[in-house]
Write a protein of this length. Structure first.
Length: 572
């Protein structure tokens, strides 16, 4: 089944098998072993302990599912998938926003031995067509409509044969692998199954058979594909196994405190991304955590209502999401109280940290850093961290993983120096599905995964992200890192949030541009910025251009999208 071809790429020899203490290498050994279990077995174990505890509360759908109900629905759906012609290891796409059906489909694929393919609900027709054909998707579970998207219409445009074929009988040269489309809708849509109708297809014995087959699903088997759009070429599709998801989410769950009390997690992040899907959904499964979905996609007011209405003990989000929540609370003069806030992707600047404590009522802030290619989080906070570690690092290297930092020649750097972060261990992806070229670029000959992130690794295993190597600004030959400049700008009293990017300059190659969200009625100029930063950083780091925006361009999980910011500036 594994169709990943990895060629050996020559790199600097791994000379430091016996690393000196002054080199940037860390191996997080752990007394607790990795376990060979599947995600389907995890749900069953959790259900046996907490059958009547809510697993999922979907506020926008007014639905609550207990762990027992999730298990029953997942096994029923998995049995129905087999009845309509899907076989174990078939790729099943899920193309929808956050909803109960997404959660159940995820678990049903794990229980039935299918490979879940996460599809961004914002993907358009050509992107979905590319992915169907690249991955060989055989079945798709999708919403009918969401916002401006009409998913059924997109699929009908890709496969005109859908309007004439029976459910499960699609045959289209445009998407040869695709046979079954299941729509989350009560409308009769030609050529598709209704999602709810699948729950009356399977007999009791067929449903019970799903449970009996759990021991025959290999934990090392592929269970999950993350997807990029690939609109201009082959999409990159990292492959994850049950073993990787189970163990990665288990250690995250323990370090985030799910083992110490019953956690009620407010999750405004999308399920289709690893932050929402693995760090969120999978981690909550280990100790019977309850997930609260405030809305189908992130909405500030509905997230605040969920925090208060469901007495959430935790929330996951990106820095931008927290900025938006705090900004709204400052406008309304309301306050909430949350035990733990997990922030991902970057260190937390001091002003945001203080506001999260004061206005969101957060008792403890935790960080997580990871990639889709590393299953999810491979640096994360621990319980006994002090404030400085939260502010200055993205946490400690995850259990059973290795990390090192290298220079542009692949040589390991001294501690305290920055370079590219490389990761090795059980959590690194098997590779990009049927894309040996990109897989070869990702790994070196010793199986070290190249993250593309500029990083500093400390002796105690904690790490600091300097920034994406691709985000470095080269101004007149000087390498300029945006993150330190952003950290300073974010403490300016009139700035809500700052992003620093490089834009083309005729003489210097690039100039430093500060893109700012500012307080209402504030007027921030280049002169203000230069005066504020003078004496704090080297003169060549000081922005020579300022752009004021209402909102930053964002990725699908709410992280700032720097390439789109630059493009928006150039298009002005």
């Amino acid at each position: 089944m594994r169709q990943l071809i990895i060629k050996i790429r020559k790199t600097q020899p791994f000379f430091a098998r016996n690393f000196g203490n002054d080199l940037s290498y860390f191996h997080h050994t752990c007394n607790e072993p990795l376990r060979a279990l599947t995600m389907g077995q995890l749900l069953e174990k959790t259900t046996n302990k907490y059958p009547d505890r809510p697993a999922l509360i979907s506020r926008h759908q007014k639905q609550v599912l207990t762990f027992q109900q999730v298990l029953e629905q997942a096994d029923t759906l998995a049995a129905a998938f087999k009845i309509i012609g899907l076989q174990p290891q078939d790729r099943v796409g899920i193309w929808a926003p956050n909803m109960v059906e997404w959660y159940v489909t995820h678990i049903a694929c794990a229980r039935g031995g299918f490979i879940l393919v996460n599809l961004n609900p914002a993907f358009q027709r050509q992107e979905i067509k590319n992915l169907i054909n690249t991955i060989g998707i055989r079945g798709i579970v999708c919403a009918h409509k969401f916002k401006s998207q009409n998913y059924y219409q997109h699929l009908q445009d890709i496969c005109p044969e859908l309007s004439k074929c029976p459910p499960g009988g699609l045959k289209s040269p445009n998407a040869p692998s695709l046979k079954s489309i299941i729509v989350i809708s009560e409308e009769n849509l030609q050529g598709t199954f209704k999602y709810n109708d699948l729950f009356s297809m399977a007999s009791t014995s067929e449903i019970n058979e799903i449970g009996k087959n759990q021991e025959f699903i290999d934990p090392g088997q592929e269970c999950h594909f993350q997807t990029t759009s690939g609109s201009t070429g082959n999409p990159k599709v990292p492959v994850q196994t049950h073993f990787q998801q189970f163990n990665n989410s288990y250690f995250l769950s323990k370090n985030f405190g799910f083992d110490k009390q019953q956690q009620v997690l407010c999750l405004p992040l999308p399920f289709f991304h690893v932050f929402g899907g693995v760090v969120g959904l999978c981690s909550a499964l280990h100790y019977g955590g309850t997930i609260v979905l405030p809305s189908a996609s992130f909405e500030v007011d509905k997230t605040l209502e969920a925090l208060k209405g469901n007495k959430c003990t935790m929330i996951y989000g990106t820095p931008t999401l927290y900025v938006d929540l705090i900004n709204r609370l400052e406008q309304t003069k309301e306050k909430v109280n949350v035990g733990v806030a997990v922030t991902g992707g970057a260190t937390t600047d001091k002003r945001l940290f203080k506001k999260m404590k004061k206005i969101l009522g957060v008792q403890k802030i935790k960080s997580v850093y990871g990639l889709t290619e590393t299953t999810s989080g491979i640096f994360h906070s621990l319980d006994d961290e002090d404030e400085l570690q939260v502010l200055e690092t993205v946490g400690k290297l995850a259990e059973h993983m290795e990390a090192k930092v290298v220079d542009s020649e692949g040589r390991i750097v001294r501690r305290g120096m920055s370079g590219e972060l490389l990761i090795r261990g059980y959590a690194t992806t098997l590779g990009y599905w049927q894309n040996p070229e990109k897989t070869n670029e990702l790994f070196d000959s010793d199986k070290w995964l190249h993250t593309g992130d500029e990083f500093i690794l400390y002796e105690n295993g904690y790490g600091k992200m300097v920034g994406r190597i691709s985000d470095i600004i080269i101004r007149g030959g000087e390498n300029i890192y945006p993150k330190p400049i952003e950290d300073l700008l974010n403490i300016h009293p009139n700035i809500l949030q700052a992003q620093v990017v490089g834009v083309p300059h005729e003489r210097l190659g690039e100039e430093v541009c500060a893109v700012l969200r500012v307080e209402s009625n504030a007027n921030v100029t280049v002169e203000d910025i230069r005066s504020f930063l003078k004496g704090k950083i080297a003169h060549f780091n000081i922005p020579s251009r300022v752009e004021i925006v209402d909102e930053f361009a964002k990725t699908s999980i709410g992280k700032v999208h720097k390439r789109k910011i630059i493009q928006n500036i150039l298009n002005q």
